[in-house]
Ligand binder design. Structure first.
Ligand SMILES: Nc1ncnc2c1ncn2[C@@H]1O[C@H](COP(=O)(O)OP(=O)(O)OP(=O)(O)O)[C@@H](O)[C@H]1O
Ligand SMILES: O=C(O)c1ccc[n+]([C@@H]2O[C@H](COP(=O)([O-])O)[C@@H](O)[C@H]2O)c1
Length: 180
């Protein structure tokens, strides 16, 4: 088994994430499975709306992709002690030992995280134990742009799929500074 792990805040999931996933899906040799793992408590203290709302959006996002091998895999909460962040090293160790003892695991990241790779906790140990795949940024849409647009009451239709946009509007998300 060859498994890709795409960890992200998904705050919210965007067409940028979608393009990254399509890139992962076209990778040779092909992955058997692509796990989308939403961040629970971010290593760099990234502020995020609730884990539950991000999972709900991620499920809507995954449903509209016609990629059968993707799986929404919200497991970082299982690693949390309620205080400390969840590091990629811990996520990969947990996935390998508890879910996929015999699989080859690859952690996927975009160019920005690749640039800051040395700041990841135990980055060298990650490289020694698992594979890394760096996806290019071909679609310049970031979650920050979506949140900014909502704060400024601008359209988000070109940045997120319809199901995600509907969820955001129905729940009135990202309309105030405290949710940015
Ligand atoms: N448009 C994109 N193209 C390629 N990779 C991306 C893109 N958007 C995000 N990523 C990658 O996805 C991973 C997690 O992304 P995250 O959910 O934090 O998205 P983000 O849009 O950068 O979020 P934010 O704007 O809130 O910081 C990172 O490795 C990031 O580099
Ligand atoms: O382990 C770390 O030190 C670490 C530092 C920054 C980010 N990460 C993880 O990298 C993934 C993408 O992070 P980000 O910052 O782009 O949202 C997500 O799974 C984060 O938990 C992990």
């Amino acid at each position: 088994m060859n498994i890709a792990i795409f960890g992200a805040a998904f705050n919210p999931p965007t067409f940028g994430h979608q393009d990254a996933i399509e890139y992962i899906n076209s990778h040779e040799p092909a992955f058997d499975s692509i796990l989308l793992v939403p961040s629970y408590a971010h290593a760099f203290s990234k502020k995020m709306i609730s884990y539950e709302q991000r999972i709900a959006m991620l499920r809507l996002f995954a449903d509209q992709l016609s990629i059968s091998k993707i799986e929404v895999f919200p497991i970082e909460d299982q690693l949390s002690d309620g205080t400390n962040p969840i590091y990629t090293y811990d996520l990969m160790s947990y996935l390998q030992s508890e879910y996929y003892p015999d699989a080859k695991l690859t952690f996927v990241m975009g160019p920005d995280n690749h640039k800051n790779w040395h700041k990841f906790y135990k980055s060298q140990e990650i490289l020694e134990n698992w594979n890394i795949l760096v996806v290019p940024e071909r679609v310049e849409v970031r979650s920050t742009d979506v949140r900014n647009n909502l704060l400024n009451r601008n359209e988000i239709d070109k940045q997120v799929p319809k199901g995600v946009a509907d969820y955001i509007h129905t729940h009135g998300l990202y309309l105030c500074e405290s949710q940015q």
